[in-house]
Design a protein. Structure first.
Length: 386
């Protein structure tokens, strides 16, 4: 069976691409392994940039999401044990917010609801892609649904499943850097209101981020060496909160409660070679970033927006061909490379224990706080990419 466009992976990046295409009356089939609604209860926090919010506005889904999102109006960056710190304020850059915090489930539900009203979208749930192959004139996807194997053929297959291994797909070469660190994620409640401030705190054991998520709640991302993070998972809630407070400080008073804690290994990866006619990879499947700057998901949404533009500009005969895919890759190179380098730089500079580095970092934070052109460039980068 031949389809115009096939998207493997119906998470937020794949669903955003499908909706962008549907708005232009471009037919698409989305294959999603999970059951319909399975993701809606997922409370994992997503940090949306101001630019990502504008993409969702354009798609007509932000009005439903806004009541469930928490704005980040200020970002406070500090280093434990030093006086150096820096603040970024949305009002200084003519933005209503620097970003927003939203649950994965809320975004998935809003996108699925919008797609359900698009006649040009065939969203197939419980469809697990078993094999993907590409050829000179088309690409194939073999998928299993309800115990039955089926094959779809398309001029363009988009792989947007960030959890999928790419090893079995010929022509894809991925370069990976293991940090040897894990990220602990959870949600904590503070004694004082957060006032829409997000905190980035660098410690000797690794960086931590607190993202406002609710009236007094924060989504927590705490990273460090595996041998440091793993014991934190088994501490009692009281002991965990005490240790966390000792690292973070008193900016929001005491921490009153913590939800379930989970951890996963951190890595930086990107596609180095993509000689795959009629097949393109986007989102976390194409690049994975350290969460220190909250850039990964936003880069994925910009992948979807750019690819939709290239698809709409392509003729039927050119769809998925080498010139079209090369043009798309070229359009994304600066943004993706910049995001990878920026997050990797932050990790390296703030986890380096060379003698004297702590003082240099402290001075650097203080200097950064008063150099307005650099701050403006950083806010633009975080909000809109390149």
């Amino acid at each position: 069976m031949t389809e115009p466009i096939i998207i493997v992976g119906g998470g937020p990046v794949g669903a955003t691409l499908a909706l962008l295409l549907a708005k232009q009356d471009i037919a698409v089939t989305v294959l999603e392994a999970r059951k319909q609604g399975a993701a809606y209860a997922e409370s994992r926090a997503l940090a949306l940039s101001y630019g990502s919010k504008r993409i969702l506005e354009k798609l007509g889904v932000w009005d439903k999401l806004a009541p469930r999102a928490t704005a980040i109006n200020t970002i406070h960056v500090s280093q434990k044990g030093s006086l150096g710190r820096s603040k970024l304020h949305a009002s200084d850059y003519g933005q209503e917010a620097l970003g927003y915090v939203l649950s994965y489930g809320a975004l998935s539900e809003a996108l699925d609801g919008a797609l359900a009203n698009q006649p040009s979208v065939n969203f197939v749930f419980e469809a697990s892609a078993e094999a993907i192959s590409h050829h000179a004139t088309h690409a194939n996807v073999t998928y299993n649904r309800q115990g039955k194997s089926q094959i779809l053929e398309s001029a363009l297959v988009v792989l947007a499943d960030g959890g999928r291994s790419l090893d079995e797909i010929a022509g894809l070469v991925k370069e990976t850097k293991e940090y040897g660190h894990d990220a602990l994620i959870s949600k904590v409640r503070a004694e004082l209101p957060h006032n829409n401030i997000a905190y980035e705190r660098f410690t000797a054991d690794g960086p931590m981020a607190l993202l406002p998520n609710g009236e007094r709640d924060f989504s927590l991302v705490w990273t460090g060496k595996k041998e440091y993070i793993t014991p934190l998972l088994s501490l009692s809630d009281a002991d965990f909160l005490a240790q966390f407070h000792a690292q973070f400080g008193d900016r929001v008073g005491r921490f009153l409660s913590v939800e379930k804690r989970m951890a996963f290994p951190l890595k930086l990866s990107q596609l180095k070679t993509a000689d795959t006619p009629h097949l393109v990879v986007i989102g976390n499947a194409a690049q994975t970033m350290h969460p220190v700057a909250g850039q990964g998901f936003n880069v994925g949404l910009r992948d979807a927006e750019s690819l939709a533009q290239h698809i709409s500009a392509s003729t039927e005969d050119a769809l998925g061909g080498a010139p079209m895919l090369e043009a798309y890759q070229a359009s994304r190179q600066a943004d993706t490379k910049g995001g990878l380098q920026f997050t990797d730089f932050l990790v390296n500079i703030f986890t380096n224990d060379i003698i004297g580095m702590r003082s240099l970092r402290s001075a650097g934070l203080g200097l950064f706080d008063v150099v307005k052109p650099i701050k403006k460039h950083l806010v633009s980068k975080m909000s809109f990419g390149k």
